[in-house]
Design a protein around this ligand. Structure first.
Ligand SMILES: Nc1ncnc2c1ncn2[C@@H]1O[C@H](COP(=O)(O)OP(=O)(O)OP(=O)(O)O)[C@@H](O)[C@H]1O
Ligand SMILES: [Mg+2]
Length: 616
């Protein structure tokens, strides 16, 4: 984890590029479609409400030129009642709009979040290797919230205010076109300024959101790695890293705020000046007698009514920009290819000559787990580096247990990850009972193969639930048996037995306890093939012996590949394979390899290979 300095360079932090905000936002349509009726209905209601506000000045004009000028109190009361009714109706309609959009938009947000989550689960491990979790987290939370807010508010009000402004200017021009033109003078420079502002704002908005993602990553790592941070006394450097990043976010936010402030100042001042000019001009003309006082009152109050729709355009556009950026960030993830789509299109590898034709069928003598010329390169490996695995040939016979031994970093974990297809082989193939793993459906493969990794991953669920994750249809009986095999009887001593919550990542358990639960999860489904990556490393010698004794029973009935570092684990196996420089350098019994391979001897004894060379 990045305890000290900068966050990992991520695709998620991609440089902002120019693209049309409208095009981005249009991609939301599939999600909005189901609620379109309500959304359009709400927009319609808001348009009516807003235009109702425009009628108020006309009533005022009628009152000023009619009842007020003629000193007719009845007429004034009537006008007052009319104004009250209009105001109430306007308020009621805006309330109705709110009610119309609230629930459907919450469901849009939920649907998008569910899609994102589903997609993240289907993306290959290599995707998650590249993306920082904070970037994904911030997309699932902040960005989706921005989108909901956009759909609820700016989207409607851009339409509503647009219509209101058009209608308002129509009224203004029809009342007194010269004064109307005076008000329209600032429109052109405003539009130019807005479009200039939009491009610059888009860049800053994207930067803020990406930096927030990085910040989320640092916070997440700091919380998950709190033991390391405390253990190494790294609070200061961790806090520095956090401060540096949040300082960055802050200064970008400030840049964003300054941009907003500038544009807003212009948007507020220009119309204000225009209204002032119109007021002076209008007053002069009323004094001259070529304009009625009522018309001037109506004109000015219409202009004032339009002030809010015009002024709001600035931040409505800004919110839309934020939403467009959020949409881009959302679809950055959604556009990543899920694993299945990629492998489905991969043609089946050519068969070796002399092999039976009926692919996919179990064949005699072909059983077990077989690696054939398997080569693997990590997608993000530096170019020119030799592949981690280059030409691995290995056959584990049905029912056999094979230990996999190799120096650290030799590719053992990588090899085991290929069997459940967490990564795809780049060349060669892997077969289970003669069937190419790429020809099996994910479900079939999962039912056949169970895995336990070096890092035992537990979820914040009960101990029992964590184990039962290993099999779709296992019940209480299987659970108890699996716990017994994995020597995880400690579970029964927990406060609520198998129903005890193990906390986030199972951190309330010891390392060895976590490993044993992970092991129980691997064996609970009674899989045909078992792939264990150094599953006993955290156990004390005594517990290891117990687990091994129990595991021996399971291994007797399964075909297993077990990564081992210690002689005691190796002894569980029928044969041992030595992985060296990306190839299987030797296969044989423990005794034979001890005799014949200096490298194996050194790995098992910890001696230097040279020393071992001399002994018989
Ligand atoms: N996600 C990854 N992306 C790029 N390279 C990786 C990735 N994971 C592992 N590697 C590289 O692949 C090589 C093999 O790693 P692997 O984890 O398979 O070794 P290992 O044999 O399991 O080692 P150990 O005994 O320490 O567990 C290493 O050089 C490692 O740096
Ligand atoms: Mg490993």
């Amino acid at each position: 984890m990045a305890v000290t300095s900068e966050p990992r360079a991520q695709e998620g932090g991609a440089a902002p590029r120019h693209r049309s905000a409208t095009r981005s936002l249009l991609r939301l349509w599939p999600y909005v479609r189901p609620v379109r009726a309500r959304l359009f209905g709400a927009a319609g209601v808001a348009v009516v409400a807003s235009c109702m506000g425009l009628v108020i000045p006309l009533v005022l004009k009628w009152m000023v030129d009619g009842p007020v000028a003629h000193r007719d109190p009845g007429g004034v009361w009537l006008g007052g009642a009319l104004l009250l009714a209009l105001g109430t109706a306007e308020a009621a309609l805006f309330g109705l709009r709110r009610w119309l959009v609230g629930r459907p938009l919450a469901s849009v947000e939920a649907a998008m979040r569910a899609d994102l989550y589903r997609h993240l689960q289907r993306l290959p491990v290599s995707f998650h290797d590249r993306w920082a979790s904070g970037q994904l987290l911030s997309r699932a939370t902040t960005d989706l919230m921005l989108l909901r807010m956009f759909l609820a508010f700016p989207l409607t009000f851009l339409v509503v205010n647009g219509v209101t402004i058009l209608a308002g200017f129509g009224i203004l021009l029809s009342q007194e076109w010269t004064l109307g033109l005076v008000l329209m003078v600032p429109a052109v420079p405003l539009m130019i300024l807005c479009s200039l502002f939009e491009t610059r704002y888009a860049t800053v908005a994207r930067t803020v959101q990406d930096q927030t993602g990085d910040l989320t990553t640092v916070v997440e790592e700091g919380v998950l790695g709190v033991r390391i941070v405390k253990g190494f006394g790294r609070h200061r450097s961790q806090a520095r890293a956090f401060r540096a990043l949040s300082e960055q976010v802050r200064s970008t936010e400030l840049r964003k705020a300054r941009l907003l402030a500038t544009i807003w100042a212009l948007i507020m001042t220009l119309p204000e000046l225009a209204i002032g000019a119109a007021l002076v001009l209008g007053t002069v003309r009323v004094a001259d007698g070529d304009l009625s006082a009522g018309t001037l009152v109506a004109f000015l109050s219409t202009a004032l009514t339009l002030r809010w729709p015009v002024e709001s355009l600035g931040f409505l556009l800004a919110m839309s920009q934020d939403a467009a950026t959020a949409t881009d960030r959302y679809f950055d993830v959604m556009d990543a290819e899920p694993a299945t789509a990629a492998d489905r299109s991969r043609p089946a590898p050519p068969r070796e000559p002399g092999e039976g034709g009926e692919g996919g069928e179990e064949r005699k003598g072909e059983g077990g787990l077989r690696f054939e010329g398997v080569e693997f390169v990590y997608a993000d490996a530096p170019p020119g580096e030799p592949p981690v695995l280059r030409g691995v040939d290995l056959h584990i016979r049905p029912g056999e247990t094979m230990a996999l031994v190799g120096a650290t970093g030799s590719g053992k974990t990588t090899l085991t990850a290929l069997v459940p297809r967490l990564h795809e082989v780049t060349r060669g193939r892997i077969t289970l009972d003669g069937r190419d793993i790429t020809a099996l459906s994910r479900e079939e493969l999962r039912a056949l193969v169970a895995v336990a990794f070096e890092e035992p991953t537990l979820f914040s669920a009960t101990a029992g639930e964590n184990v039962l994750m290993g099999a779709a249809d296992a019940g209480r009986e299987e659970l108890l048996r699996a716990l017994e095999v994995a020597q995880a009887d400690f579970v029964h001593a927990l406060p609520e037995g198998t129903d005890t919550e193990v906390g986030e990542q199972g951190l309330s358990l010891s390392g060895g306890q976590r490993q044993r639960l992970a092991l129980a999860r691997a064996v609970v489904g009674g899989p045909r093939f078992l792939v264990l990556d150094d599953p006993l490393s955290a156990l004390d010698v005594h517990t290891e012996a117990l687990v091994e004794a129990a595991l021996r029973q399971v291994l007797a009935s399964t075909t297993a590949l077990v990564v081992a570092h210690r002689p005691s684990t190796v002894l569980l196996a029928d044969r041992v394979a030595l992985l060296s420089e990306g190839r299987i350098a030797a296969v044989g019994t423990h005794q034979r390899l001890l005799r014949e391979s200096a490298e194996y001897r050194s790995l098992m004894s910890g001696q230097e290979a040279e020393e071992g060379e001399g002994s018989p």
